[in-house]
Every structure is written in structure tokens, then in C-alpha cells.
Design a protein around this ligand. Structure first.
Ligand SMILES: Cc1ncc(COP(=O)(O)O)c(C=O)c1O
Length: 434
């Protein structure tokens, strides 16, 4: 651990924050025990710098590796593309192939544009909605990346994004002129939605397909109705939800009627690719407005996404992920009853999660305790699992046996004030809520 800590300190000295993604920072799991760096990953296994093997029962590349790490089917095709040259002055036909593949499963849409990052794709979507509508205002719920249009929410006070996954984000460097261009509303709360969008002359409504909670019917109906009556562009962000538990987006499952849908993490199995899929009356503005970038045409992203979607369809990956997620949540529920723990669970099996129901201080201590004890059994674990095709039932059962032991230890801790207060808390500069 000493050399790992030293490396992370060097990272923090040379790279702001230590790396490019807050969700991979060790402080968010267990500052003193998290292995932080990896040498190799395969299936659901991750090897740290000392060659120690862990099973990943946590973030799976922060939700990117839906088929499991280093999937042979994908990587073989990517390696072939590398041998053929991943870039040139001319275009690769894999872009067109991917456009056809995506559009086949999004019948509402006629056009698609590709990018590489999720937040970047969201910025494109909002730009083209504003361009087509010739209006500036946007209302949203959920997390949509790091760009100015979104972070501008916190110009009105840094707690404005508190209930949208990441609290405490500072809008430093975001032009003050963007204040009052964006309005957040609570997910699944029709009254709050109506209040926030009233008389706003909106260009777009932006929501996540789903995260931990599924959208309820009334909420879906209200949003569809509002967008239709007021001719507002409905953007459904499926960067995390899409191509994971459904073919395409979960908007189909829940009855949302989008004008634009965004995919990202679900379609590349770890390779960088994202896309904006939508009605041509909006997507045409991706050409009318100036939106263009060199890195969006490299070949690997297209090859990885074409292969990921083929593998996904051939193996009905979504059915396996849904089934295993439901199994896991049911078993956690049984364990929490067995040990008399206060725990709640996510509704979305593709992002199976549990939440301790004690005070914030106690919760923070027992989340860290859970992660630390799981590491003792060679698991990377926190309270959320992005299940993948590599998580088979046998693996879940082995993991649940350890959960059983650790939940019992947690029960003993929460019943003993003097023991619990000696535990360290999870250090969270930013905390994922919901
Ligand atoms: C729903 C949603 N939107 C946007 C993003 C931002 O994507 P990226 O981190 O690739 O910029 C994420 C990432 O977690 C996400 O889950």
C-alpha cells in the first residue's frame, strides 16, 4: 500500500485531482486500503500493481464495461482495426455502419452524430436543441456531465445540483451570463416539475432514462404531455442506462417519447464512443451550428461500438443483466432482514445498489467498513454494482456469502456506539446521492 499511496500522491501533485474522473479517486472508496491502480483486467477480474487479483463487484470501469473487461470478441476486432490504421485523411466506413445499426433500434430517429465523451455528447444535444428551438432555457433532472450548460445550475447557489447525483460542485469559470438559463426539477415529482417549468419558454427538457429509480408512469405522462403541447425538445440521457438492460434505451420500456437520445458508456465496452440520436429536425442543426472535432472520426470507437452491439444482441446481454440484478437485490434484501439492518435498495437491477439507513455519519463509516472488509476477501466493492455479462450467478453467490458475514459484522457495529465511533469515515469530496 505504501508505494500505491506514493504513486497517488505523485498523481495529485502533477494532475489536478489526481486523475481525470472523480469516480476513480480512492478517497471515494477507502483512502487507506483501495488499490487505486491496476495492471490488468479481464472478465470481472482486476489485478493491482502487485499482481493481487480482485473481483470487481463495484463500478466495472464506472459503468463502461457492460460485457466484462477485455472482452475477446470486441478486442479482436479493435486490434484488427489498429493493424489496418485507426486514422487517415479519409473517412472510415465503420461510422456509417454504426449509424445504421443504432438507427435500426431507435425508430423515432432519423439521424445520429458521434462523439467520444458522455458530457460532450450532452453538450451537443443541448446546443442543437437550443439552435433548432431558437430559445435558450433548459430544464433538467439528473446528472449530465461537466459542461457549462449544466454546471450553470449552481450559479444560483452551489447546492442547486445537490439532488441530481453530485452535490457540492463549484461553477467556477462558468460564465455568470448563464445564470437563470437552466432549472432543475426533482425526478419522479410531477408537482415540482410543473412548478419549475411554468412560464419558462424552454428549448429542452433533459432527463436520465433511469438511474437507481425507475421513472413512474405519472411522471412519464406529464413530461411527454408537456413537451408535446409546448413543442419542447425532450432529450433523454441514456449514457448510463442505455444498452445495458434494454436493446437501445430504457425510454422504450418506460414509454418516454424523446426527440433526442444520448448513448455512451453502454455501447463501447470501455472504448471511447458516444452518440446523439434524434429526429432530423433537431439533428440537422448539428451541421447548421458549428459542431466538429478531429477525435470524433478515429476508427476504434466505431469498431468497438459495432462489435459491442453485435455481441449484446447475439447474447441477449440485457436479459442476463436484468435477471442477475434482480437476484442480487432480492438476496441483499433477505440478508438485511436476517441481520436486522436498516437498508434500502435501488429499483433498477442493472445498477443494483443498497443504501444504509442510519445517520449520515454512521452510514459513511459503515460504507467504508464494508469496502475495507470486502477488500480483505479480494473484492472491489461498495454499495453499487454495475452488473456486466461477466457477472455470472456463481460469482454472485460467492460474493453474497461474504456479504452475509460482513452484514453480520455491521449489525454488531451499529448496535455498539463505542465501536462504531472508532471507525474511520469514507472521505468524500463529492458524494453521489440518490
Ligand atoms: C447519465 C449520465 N450523463 C452524462 C454522464 C457524463 O459522461 P462522461 O463522464 O463520459 O462525460 C454520465 C457519466 O457518469 C452519466 O451517467
Amino acid at each position: 500500500m505504501k508505494s500505491t499511496k506514493k504513486l497517488w500522491m505523485q498523481c495529485k501533485l502533477l494532475i489536478p485531482g489526481g486523475n481525470g474522473l472523480i469516480s476513480k479517486r480512492p478517497e471515494r472508496y477507502s483512502e487507506d486500503k483501495w488499490p487505486t491502480f491496476y495492471k490488468k483486467s479481464k472478465g470481472l477480474n482486476v489485478w493491482d500493481l502487485n499482481g493481487k487479483k480482485y473481483k470487481d463487484m463495484s463500478q466495472m470501469g464506472i459503468g463502461t464495461c457492460v460485457l466484462g473487461y477485455a472482452n475477446h470478441y470486441i478486442d479482436r476486432r479493435v486490434k484488427k482495426a489498429i493493424d489496418m490504421g485507426v486514422n487517415s485523411t479519409l473517412n472510415s466506413t465503420e461510422e456509417l455502419k454504426l449509424a445504421k445499426k443504432i438507427l435500426k433500434h431507435d425508430k423515432f430517429a432519423q439521424k445520429v452524430k458521434f462523439a467520444r465523451g458522455g458530457g460532450e455528447a450532452m453538450a451537443i444535444a443541448v446546443r442543437i436543441a437550443r439552435a433548432a428551438q431558437k430559445k435558450d432555457f433548459v430544464a433538467f433532472s439528473g446528472y449530465h456531465g461537466w459542461y457549462d450548460w449544466y454546471l450553470a445550475t449552481n450559479l444560483k447557489g452551489k447546492n442547486r445540483l445537490k439532488n441530481h447525483l453530485l452535490p457540492g460542485l463549484e461553477p467556477l469559470g462558468v460564465p455568470k451570463a448563464l445564470k437563470n438559463t437552466i432549472f432543475g426539477f426533482k425526478y419522479n415529482d410531477c408537482d415540482d416539475f410543473k412548478k419549475r417549468v411554468k412560464n419558462k419558454n424552454l428549448a429542452a427538457i433533459v432527463i436520465e432514462g433511469c438511474r437507481f429509480q425507475n421513472p413512474n408512469r405519472k411522471f412519464v405522462r406529464e413530461i411527454n404531455k408537456f413537451c408535446k403541447i409546448n413543442n419542447v425538445c425532450l432529450i433523454v440521457d441514456e449514457i448510463t442506462s442505455g444498452w445495458r438492460s434494454t436493446i437501445g434505451g430504457v425510454y422504450k420500456k418506460f414509454g418516454l417519447k424523446p426527440d433526442i437520445v444520448i448513448y455512451g458508456k453502454g455501447i463501447g465496452n470501455g472504448y471511447a464512443i458516444s452518440c446523439i440520436v434524434g429526429k432530423k429536425k433537431y439533428l440537422n442543426y448539428a451541421n447548421e451550428s458549428f459542431i466538429s472535432s478531429t477525435a470524433w472520426t478515429e476508427r476504434i470507437g466505431f469498431v468497438a461500438a459495432n462489435s459491442t452491439i453485435d455481441f449484446f444482441l447475439k447474447n441477449n446481454v440485457h436479459l442476463e443483466i436484468e435477471k442477475n440484478g434482480e437476484y442480487l437485490i432480492n438476496k441483499w434484501r433477505l440478508l438485511s432482514t436476517k441481520h436486522g439492518l436498516k437498508i434500502n435498495f435501488s429499483e433498477n437491477p442493472a445498477l443494483a445498489s443498497f443504501y444504509f439507513g442510519y445517520s449520515n455519519q454512521v452510514n459513511s463509516k459503515i460504507y467504508k467498513f464494508f469496502t475495507d472488509r470486502m477488500l480483505d476477501y479480494n473484492y472491489l466493492a461498495n454499495n453499487s454494482i454495475y452488473l456486466s455479462y461477466a457477472h455470472k450467478k456463481k460469482e454472485l453467490d460467492s460474493y453474497l456469502k461474504i456479504c452475509d458475514k460482513i452484514f453480520k459484522e455491521i449489525r454488531d457495529l451499529v448496535n455498539n456506539d463505542s465501536k462504531i465511533y472508532k471507525l474511520k469515515s469514507r472521505k468524500e469530496s463529492f458524494k453521489r446521492l440518490t
